[in-house]
Ligand binder design. Structure first.
Ligand code: COA
Length: 196
């Protein structure tokens, strides 16, 4: 089933959760992105991100990747902001929303904001947003060694569907096995995470 986006402008779309505002990236986020992404866990588990991560990298991400996807209608990359303080706490995005083979969610959370359930909350609500707009399936991939990300998937109502052997590569080129998680619009949503 295809995404139905009549009346939705992906460039301005925002989503609220109990504690977070998921909103479009701003040029003003660039320095915060740099501070967050120069983190060993992000460098390890997201090997496609530059490392070290510089200010030009952040501007390229905002304008050439995030806004470009929104403009093309292929994805919704959003900043995760603490709704109470207005501070950037992470990144979440859904890509491939026009792919017949399924849309995919990806995320990172700033080291200083981890362990509070932000990633699970944002993931559950972004999946619900996609289902609300007609998508039937959303998936995500986490390396077999990335236990926190697998916990996020489970808490966000995704089911472990299998292991894709050697599907991604680490930063130094070593093939990594990836766990595939999927959630269908007909699956039971997590009872403790709601959209606000
Ligand atoms: C994965 C990541 C986004 C999780 O963000 P978060 O907001 O801390 O996630 P949550 O608080 O929603 O949940 C974290 C879960 O991992 C668990 N966890 C955290 N650190 C852990 C560790 N070292 N070992 C095992 N479990 C761990 C927490 O207990 C929690 O599980 P629970 O809800 O069952 O108790 C964050 O660790 C991160 O940004 N990592 C680097 C980038 C990355 O891996 N991105 C995902 C690529 S697939």
């Amino acid at each position: 089933m295809a995404l139905e986006l009549t009346g939705v402008d992906l460039l301005t779309e925002t989503i609220t959760t109990a504690r977070l505002l998921l909103r479009p990236w701003l040029r003003a986020d660039a320095e915060d992105i740099v501070a967050c992404c120069n983190d060993p866990d992000i460098a390890n588990w997201l090997p496609l991100l530059p490392s070290p991560y510089t200010l030009p990298d952040a501007h390229t991400f905002i304008a050439d990747m995030a806004w470009a996807q929104q403009r093309a209608g292929t994805g919704l990359p959003l900043a995760m902001e603490d709704a109470a303080t207005g501070h950037l706490v992470g990144s979440i995005g859904i890509g491939g929303i026009t792919n017949v083979r399924g849309a995919e969610i990806g995320y990172w959370v700033a080291a200083f904001s981890r362990g509070r359930g932000y990633a699970a909350e944002a993931t559950a609500v972004l999946a619900a947003w996609a289902f609300g707009h007609g998508l039937h399936r959303v998936q995500l991939l986490a390396a077999t060694g990335n236990v926190p990300s697998q916990r996020v998937a489970k808490r966000a109502g995704f089911l472990r569907e299998g292991v894709l052997r050697g599907a991604h590569r680490s930063r130094d080129g070593v093939p990594r096995d990836m766990v595939l998680y999927g959630r269908l619009s007909t699956d039971e949503p997590p009872s403790d995470i709601q959209r606000r």
